[in-house]
Each structure stands twice: as structure tokens, then as C-alpha cells.
Design a protein around this ligand. Sequence first.
Ligand SMILES: [Zn+2]
Ligand SMILES: [Zn+2]
Length: 251
Amino acid sequence: MKKLLNNLFQRVEYFLEDLLAFISVPDCPGCGVTLENPRLPLCSDCDNDLRKTFSGDGPVCLFCRYFATRECTCNNDKPLPVPQLFYWGNYNDVVREIIHRFKFDGQYKIGRHITEIALDALNERIYNLKLDFIIPVPMLKKDKIKRGFNQTDIIADVVSQRLNIPIEPKLLRKVKETKPQSKLGANERWQNVKDAFAVDNGERLKGCSLLLVDDIVTTGATSWESTKALYKAGAKDVTVFSLVSNNISTL
Ligand SMILES: [Zn+2]
Ligand SMILES: [Zn+2]
């Protein structure tokens, strides 16, 4: 019943967002033209460009972005198995604008659409994974209230529907206040999120293969700290899905 109600509320939200988009005649986040079809969040040229620009990457080791093996020894102080990362694209001006509109202007539709594009690009590489649950990277409750939503819930919802794998949205919790990672240097980022996540009553995760969903992965610190908490609860392995990341040359 609760799930049904949640679903209903979400549909109503999407409907209202559609209505708003229709009334306000939005512009394309890629090129700024007025959208010929306000039901679509991107113009067809930018949509095609994005699909051509990024073909997705993964699986790669979360730490070195180079080897695909879960036994990668590039980072000796982290226990195995190493989380594998799949991501769609790198930051460029268009992607930055899209992510900004999604996260800070609450444009769900562009977030859902870009997730669809990412899954199309990764295709069978991600569809063939054997997974038990999808876990969105959580926010503190007060931050979620402030923003009105958690962007990773929206990405995870699309991934769940497309992969037909259930979401476990409540098991992984954020338990520590952190600064925005984007404002910190690489070393500070690891310190900032250290021990920031925990799993309560995670019996059902024992022995499971999990897909952790995030919007942006840069150092991998947030993904690793989330993974650590999931391992502690008994997860067998963790794969990370992110819309945006940096490849080995920009690490
Ligand atoms: Zn455009
Ligand atoms: Zn590695």
C-alpha cells in the first residue's frame, strides 16, 4: 500500500512537472533553443550529439579506472573485492548544465532522460549483470527535505525499471554531516565522507550483489564509503553506476 501511494505521489509530481514545463516553454539545456516539444527535456540535435559523444565506460576498478578485475591491487589498503564502476560520460558544458538543472532546479525529467541515455549507451554491459538489489547513495534527511528530493532516488528508479531489479532505498543511511565534495580537494574528499554511511538491519543484504547508484563519481570516496558499509552488512559484491565520472586520464 505504501509503495502504491509512493508511486502515485511520484506520478502526480511528474504530471505537475510536465504541466509546468508545458506552460513555461523551457529551453534546451544543451543549446538554449526553445524546445519544439516541451515534453522532451532536450532538443533532438543535442540528444543525438550526447548519444554520439559518450558510449559509456565499464566495468573498471573504482580506484584506478583501468583494470576490470575485482581483484585489482592498485589500492592495497582497501579490502577486496574492489567495487567495479560503470559510468556514462564525462563532464562537459552540456553535461554540467544538465546535471545542474536536474540537481539544483529540480528538473526530474532531464535526470530521468539522461539516465535512459546512459543505460542505452552501456547496454548489455550493465543489463547482463547479476544483481539482487539497487541501492541509491543516500542524503541526510534534512538535506533531502531542503532539496525536496534525492537525485540518486530518481536515477535509481529508472535503473530499477529498466533492469527489472528492486530498489532498497532505506537500508543504507547517511549518518554524518559532510561538506559538498565539489568544493574540496582530492585528499579532503576522502576525509570528508569517511564513515559517513551505515546499514541498519541489513540481514537481507547478506551474500547479495548490489548496484550502488550515484550521479557523479570523481575520487570514488563516496562510493567507497558506501560500499564499506554494505560490505559490513554482509554484501557479497558492489557495482557502482554513475551518470558522470572521470576516466583514468583525468583522475
Ligand atoms: Zn539543444
Ligand atoms: Zn584498480
